[in-house]
Design a protein. Structure first.
Length: 219
């Protein structure tokens, strides 16, 4: 089955480019395109079931910004996946988007192949951050925190050595492909380890896992 996607972005050129990009992929079906969050929220409120599988959400929009819209969408339909689109890598807003429930983040200058790869990663259960966004988030989280690792944290949480390696790689903002290459395992195995890490850390996304890892000095 194709993945039902909605685009919410107030930039007509970028909105059109995303629509054209998705049209080239048989795996995706564009089921909604909105020039602001109000239309998307109205449709989501009136829908008895989840109207889309994934929403590409502009972070910076007038009237209702993407963070506010994401929080409401997640309240209405918790299983809905939301990937934030941002032109400005401001760590405070990215962290607020994490709290709102965003499942992934893309910088608008990302190339077409990168956009598709990141969307697929989210659908597969990951929560990717482009390296530049990850660095911005990590900088914000690390501010004022001690850097000494708690050597007992991994054992306390029940993380295996390989799961700790994968978590450390997430903190270093490595892609799934890079983690797989470095650890000599498949990308599917990386995803399996990440799902186990999420469960043991009681988180639902890579940003949340990274935040907890740094806050509690797990890696």
């Amino acid at each position: 089955m194709s993945v039902r996607v909605a685009i919410v972005d107030d930039d007509p050129a970028y909105r059109g480019a995303l629509a054209d990009l998705l049209a080239l992929e048989d795996a995706f079906e564009l089921r909604g395109i909105f020039d602001d969050a109000r239309g998307a929220l109205a449709e989501a409120r009136s829908a008895a079931a989840v109207p889309w599988d994934l929403v590409l959400m502009d972070m910076e929009m007038p009237v209702i910004d993407g963070i506010t819209a994401t929080a409401e969408l997640k309240t209405l339909h918790p299983s809905l996946l939301v990937v934030m689109l941002t032109a400005f890598e401001e760590s405070d807003r990215i962290v607020r988007a994490i709290v709102a429930g965003a499942d992934g983040y893309l910088v608008k200058r990302s190339g077409g192949h990168e956009v598709i790869d990141e969307i697929r990663a989210v659908i597969a259960g990951g929560s990717p951050l482009t390296p530049s966004v990850a660095r911005s988030v990590l900088s914000s989280i690390r501010s004022g925190l001690p850097s000494i690792r708690d050597v007992n944290a991994s054992a306390r949480l029940g993380l295996s050595d390989r799961e700790s390696d994968v978590l450390r790689a997430l903190v270093e903002a490595k892609s799934y492909k890079q983690i797989a290459y470095d650890l000599h395992i498949s990308v599917d195995t990386v995803r399996s380890h990440i799902r186990k890490v999420y469960r043991k850390l009681q988180v639902h996304s890579a940003p949340e896992a990274v935040a907890r890892a740094i806050r509690e000095r797990i890696v």
